[in-house]
Design a protein around this ligand. Structure first.
Ligand SMILES: [Zn+2]
Length: 295
């Protein structure tokens, strides 16, 4: 199976070869090059978004008419990914509870096809310029999702990965984190949310899931979400939306703009700045300004 990075490269080449020149992307252009056509099907098993049958080099994609238009666009592109990347569909392996339980157990072919589909739905060449005046939070992601006719979940993931500031996105289902994505600044600082963990009970997301409300935001200590030592006294802004379908929670985490460069500076490195006052380490006062939390 090809990896995620290769899937992105292949998707960008495919976007170019299809002559995509505006957003929302014209799905028909992709279908034409893939030699595929779409039918809605009421015969898809419950929980299945789509499937493809190939007859010779002609491909018939079945999609679920009960899904939202945004979800249908993603499903078509996921199926096109199977065709273009010549990856067999493993949909049968992830039916029912199995597919709902663990993202980690999702076959790698499926993850790669999702990556390909997301790149086709929100192409980097159009997303990049749209992110120039990006601000953290779901209000901004809503506007991008509308602009690209994409789902909130897919858009949040794409915006997080390409954001010009430090932020992370986590998707949880039935109370467990199933997927996480990070901006470059967040990756560089090695902020990781471990896939498969239970949603931290004290986080905004954890508290929201107990109330049954649809959205919330607030400030939380970063250690709720990551075990990375350098984050122990850092606070994060957290905003969450719960989707009605599939019992999913979408969580955005970000640093205040003032905190990000300080994170960078605090990282120990062989070439550390001689002028950085060492006193801070000796007297136990952490070298991060801004909100501190005594625990
Ligand atoms: Zn698939």
């Amino acid at each position: 199976v090809i990896n995620d990075a290769t899937a992105v490269v292949r998707a960008r080449a495919f976007v170019r070869s299809c002559g995509i020149d505006s957003i929302p992307v014209d799905i028909e252009k992709y279908l034409k090059v893939a030699n595929a056509e779409v039918r809605t099907s009421t015969r898809l098993p419950a929980g299945a978004a789509g499937s493809t049958i190939s007859v010779g080099n002609r491909h018939f994609i079945a999609i679920n008419p009960n899904d939202s238009p945004e979800r249908q666009r993603f499903t078509i592109l996921h199926e096109i990914a199977h065709i273009v990347l010549d990856l067999p569909s493993k949909h049968d392996d992830m039916s029912g509870d199995e597919s709902l339980y663990s993202y980690a157990r999702r076959p790698p072919e499926e993850v790669v096809c999702d990556t390909f589909a997301a790149e086709c739905l929100l192409p980097s060449s159009f997303l990049g310029p749209s992110l120039k005046d990006a601000v953290a939070g779901f209000d901004f992601i809503d506007t991008i999702a509308t602009k690209f006719a994409a789902s909130l979940a897919c858009t949040a993931s794409r915006v997080a990965v390409n954001a010009p500031f430090a932020c992370a996105y986590a998707l949880s289902q039935n109370g467990y984190v199933r997927f996480a994505a990070y901006s470059k600044a967040m990756r560089d600082s090695q902020f990781w949310v471990t896939p498969g963990i239970a949603v931290p009970a004290a986080s905004i997301t954890g508290r929201l899931l107990q109330t049954g409300k649809a959205s919330a935001s607030g400030i939380v200590p970063a250690h709720l979400w990551t075990s990375r030592d350098e984050y122990v006294d850092i606070d994060l802004a957290e905003e969450v939306r719960v989707t009605s379908s599939w019992n999913q929670a979408l969580t955005l985490l970000w640093l205040d703009s003032g905190d990000a460069p300080d994170m960078q500076r605090s990282r120990p490195s062989p070439g550390r700045d001689e002028e950085e006052p060492l006193l801070k380490e000796l007297d136990g006062v952490l070298p991060w300004p801004g909100r501190k939390r005594k625990r």
